[in-house]
Design a protein around this ligand. Structure first.
Ligand SMILES: Nc1ncnc2c1ncn2[C@@H]1O[C@H](COP(=O)(O)OP(=O)(O)OP(=O)(O)O)[C@@H](O)[C@H]1O
Ligand SMILES: [Mg+2]
Length: 342
């Protein structure tokens, strides 16, 4: 699964993002660091508003530079890319890094057939004839599992179902064989069966093309299924990180406990109501100075009002005052004894 020796493709260090708003400058992403190696699937998971999309957009240079302040460093294949001229970034985005954005319609225009749109995308980066690009577009639609791809290529986006449209967007993202695919909630709008198919497709991509994938989701069930490593994001910070295996077997942060507790069971009767984390995440305007989760955390202590310390072990870390000795009994209050948690 994981490939520890694969080279680092993308490295993000100390990324902070703030916005100029009517109410002054607000911070949406606070000192985020992570890296992605070739061929691995990294999940970034967190509730709505935790800063997942802002993180991605900042990495890819897609924020409005007039209102967005971005600090830190981002390198792709060792080359710094933060603040590169738009033209250079666009070349990287289309060719080396592909984005599947949160709303599939933003990637598609309603006025052209999807076959045409995919072919144009190919032609923008490759010296290839119009007919060759059109043929390749149909092949890609077949690769993402659209039944009758030649016919699908001739359809307009509104003539496709949500699942078909998402596949078309993935085909478009794949048209340049990207080393890194960034997928922002690619399955949220889909029903459960199609969701599973799209996840299978992402796994297949990694297998067939060796693409690394950053998968943004709010669904811990999805993370458990496909990711090699996980970053748990809350209120603009990565509050826990680790390999998927270890993070699920031995989660450290109370927020992660809440996320795991809210995974619906795969079999047996669905509970009447899913366990949810009480309360709401803060917005950039209401972000506490200390631990962002403290206002919702049943284990919060007075010292959580200050920036939390980093708990570390090889390959993983969490931002929390709860140390190894206090972890198990507190976690058991939410997840039951260790072992049940995995
Ligand atoms: N241009 C902007 N100006 C001001 N605030 C912004 C701007 N863009 C995003 N935000 C705020 O930053 C925070 C993080 O937003 P982001 O879109 O990254 O959340 P997310 O984790 O992707 O959530 P979701 O799961 O709903 O997609 C939110 O509170 C959002 O309102
Ligand atoms: Mg988002």
């Amino acid at each position: 699964m994981t490939t520890p020796l694969a080279p680092v493709l993308l490295d993000v260090a100390g990324l902070s993002v703030s916005f100029a708003t009517d109410r002054g400058r607000v911070t949406a992403v606070d000192d985020v660091s992570f890296s992605v190696r070739s061929g691995e699937i990294l999940a970034i998971v967190g509730e709505s508003g935790s800063g997942k999309t802002v993180t991605l957009m900042s990495i890819l240079g897609l924020n409005d530079p007039r209102t967005t302040f971005v600090d830190g460093s981002v390198t792709f294949r060792g080359r710094p890319i933060l603040g590169l001229p738009d033209r250079d970034l666009r070349r990287i985005r289309g060719k080396d890094i592909a984005l599947i954005s949160q709303d599939p319609m933003t990637a598609l225009t309603p006025v052209h057939t999807i076959g045409w749109q995919i072919a144009e995308q190919i032609r923008a980066h490759e010296a290839i004839s119009r007919a060759g690009a059109a043929r390749r577009a149909v092949e890609l639609l077949a690769e993402v599992g659209l039944a009758n791809p030649a016919e699908a290529a001739g359809r307009y986006p509104h003539q496709l179902s949500g699942g078909m449209r998402q596949r078309a967007v993935i085909a478009m993202a794949l048209s340049c064989n990207p080393a890194l695919l960034v997928a922002d909630e690619p399955t949220t709008a889909l029903d459960v069966t199609v969701q599973a198919q799209v996840l299978d497709l992402l796994m297949k991509l990694r297998k067939d093309f060796g693409s690394a994938i950053i998968l943004i989701t709010h669904d811990m069930g999805v993370v458990a299924e496909v990711a090699d490593r996980v970053n748990v994001m809350y209120a603009g910070r990565i509050i826990e990180r680790g390999t998927t295996e270890r993070l699920f077997a031995d989660p450290w942060h109370p927020y992660t406990w809440g996320l795991i507790a809210s995974i619906p069971p795969l079999d047996g009767p669905r509970p009447h109501r899913l366990a949810a984390i009480p309360g709401m995440p803060p917005t950039p305007e209401t972000m506490p100075a200390g631990c962002g989760f403290a206002p919702r955390c049943r284990f919060a202590l007075p010292r959580c009002a200050a920036r939390p310390p980093v708990q570390r072990a090889p390959g993983r870390s969490a931002l929390c005052v709860i140390g190894p000795e206090d972890r198990a009994p507190r976690r058991a209050e939410i997840l039951g004894p260790l072992g049940d948690a995995a």
